[in-house]
Design a protein around this ligand. Structure first.
Ligand SMILES: Nc1nc2c(ncn2[C@@H]2O[C@H](COP(=O)(O)OP(=O)(O)O)[C@@H](O)[C@H]2O)c(=O)[nH]1
Ligand SMILES: [Mg+2]
Length: 459
């Protein structure tokens, strides 16, 4: 028999995690089965968790991570300076041992992969579940580990940490709801830091962004497409405001059901009021409407770099190779490198079928060229009142997570490609939470552009 985790042990964990936290049991191998698939089904994208292992000698140890587990996608290590290992009992006797992560090892805090359970450290530093483990007489044999690679064991060896045995009676994973979240909320996506330091580092990353040199592309081109009023022009204005240091509205935005934007505009963003342009351009286009929109051939010209900047859309006379300004020999720097489909979060449930079909037609052209796509889901402040005040709660609001899932299904994209944002709209002053969310989106977009350029080089 294993004695479940005791109240004073919970308190010790709370103290180490810092602050008021609540534990909710997500997964227990003696109840749910011991296999990687079940673990990921129950524990992925749940935000901070504690994993607790009970071995057959009643030694109880485990690990904490402030980041989410994720079995989807390729195997990867996750950066987490807050992660630690611990021991609560040794041969049935209460102990309090916390083993911090080594400074140079933050990037190897946990390892996420679909065919393993919770794995801590690069050793890995703790016994773990590999694939599927069948119990024998209620005992599960975990996979071995190498201590002290990522976590500082303060001289403890395997016999002091885990009795040097791999046989366990249980392994539990608890979700940790931190005090800073409102009760009952958990993160649907690992939440970044929301402090000023993180914002500055994001800003610096974007300012210093440079497309791969070998591609001869000086500025990555991001094409914004979507329904009229979705917030395309406002997204440019938001990014522009962040780097200008004040709320600006260079691109005209507004609410009409006809597109205010009738030209292709390849906006640059400058660092400061008159600084150098950054290495990306946001290309604002006319919006999609039920009865009007972008002609598929014109869209191809746009993607391929034939359409000149400031081109005026005119349904009566479409762009053709004979049009003045048509670029007949576009080079890699003229092409579009990533497409952002802009969708208003409040319209997800009522997106007209015609609009969905229009976007899907465009997606075919985008896919044919292997250009990466993201969906910028705007106006999340209208989804939930909390977000009107503070968008740093975005990743804790289940309604936003659900919308992300819906959008991913509608457009056939992975959830990681759906990024929620709130644009500047009624604000007179910059706000750091809005900036952080918008820069996270932009950084994601630039990363995807890099993927495309790398593929392009490889070809
Ligand atoms: N509340 C809120 N309003 C937004 C947001 N983004 C855009 N808007 C408003 O939506 C309207 C249409 O935006 P606009 O950028 O012109 O859309 P576009 O047609 O896609 O370029 C404007 O009134 C904006 O102020 C947002 O994130 N939150
Ligand atoms: Mg517009």
């Amino acid at each position: 028999m294993t004695t479940p985790i005791q109240e004073d042990e919970m308190k010790t964990l709370q103290k180490w995690i810092g602050g008021k936290v609540k534990f909710t049991l997500l997964y227990k191998i003696s109840r749910d089965g011991c296999d990687a698939w079940t673990f990921h089904t129950k524990c992925d994208c749940k935000g901070p968790t504690v994993t607790v292992i009970y071995n057959t000698k009643n030694t109880v140890y485990g690990g904490y991570t402030s980041k989410s587990w994720l079995g989807a996608g390729s195997a990867h290590y996750v950066y987490d300076p807050k992660a630690f290992l611990f021991q609560l009992r040794y041969n049935g006797k209460r102990v309090d041992k916390k083993y911090s992560i080594k400074t140079g090892e933050y990037g190897n805090a946990i390892h996420c992969c679909h065919n393993v359970g919770p794995v801590f450290g690069g050793g890995p530093d703790m016994p773990h579940i590999a694939a599927n483990i069948d119990p024998a007489n209620g005992v599960f044999t975990l996979k071995s580990c190498t201590l002290n690679k990522t976590y500082d064991m303060k001289g403890d060896d395997l016999s002091a940490f885990s009795d040097d045995i791999l046989e366990v009676r249980d392994l539990e994973v608890y979700r940790v709801d931190e005090g800073m979240f409102e009760p009952g909320l958990n993160t649907w996506r690992a939440s970044p830091e929301w402090d000023n330091k993180y914002l500055q580092s994001l800003r610096k990353e974007v300012e210093e962004y440079c497309p791969l040199e070998e591609t001869c592309v000086d500025q990555v081109k991001v094409l914004l497409v979507g329904q009229v009023g979705a917030g395309k022009s406002s997204f440019f204005n938001t990014i522009n405001s962040i780097f200008k240091g004040a709320v600006t509205s260079q691109a005209s935005s507004g609410s009409t059901d006809r597109s205010l934007t009738t030209k292709l505009r390849m906006y640059q963003v400058r660092k400061g009021r008159s600084g150098r342009p950054l290495n990306f351009r946001l290309c604002d286009t006319k919006g999609l409407e039920k009865d009007d929109g972008i002609d598929p051939q014109e869209f191809c010209y746009m993607l391929d770099g034939n359409m000149p900047d400031k081109y005026t859309f005119n349904a009566a006379s479409l762009l053709s190779p004979d049009t003045i300004g048509f670029n007949k020999t576009p080079s890699s720097k003229d092409k579009i490198h990533v497409v952002a489909i802009v969708v208003d979060a409040t319209s997800v449930d009522v997106l007209p079928e015609e609009i969905i079909q229009k976007i899907k037609t465009l997606q075919v052209k985008i896919n044919q060229r292997g250009i990466p796509q993201v969906v910028l889901m705007t106006k999340i402040d209208k989804v939930c009142e909390t977000l009107q005040r503070d968008v740093s709660k975005t990743f804790c609001i289940p309604a936003v997570g659900e919308l992300v899932e819906k959008v991913a299904l509608i457009f056939g994209l992975p959830r990681a490609h759906i990024v929620p944002i709130k644009n500047y709209e009624s604000e007179m002053e910059l706000k750091s939470d809005i900036n952080t969310l918008a820069l996270l989106a932009l950084r994601q977009i630039l990363n995807f552009a890099d993927d495309y350029l790398t593929n392009y080089l490889d070809e």
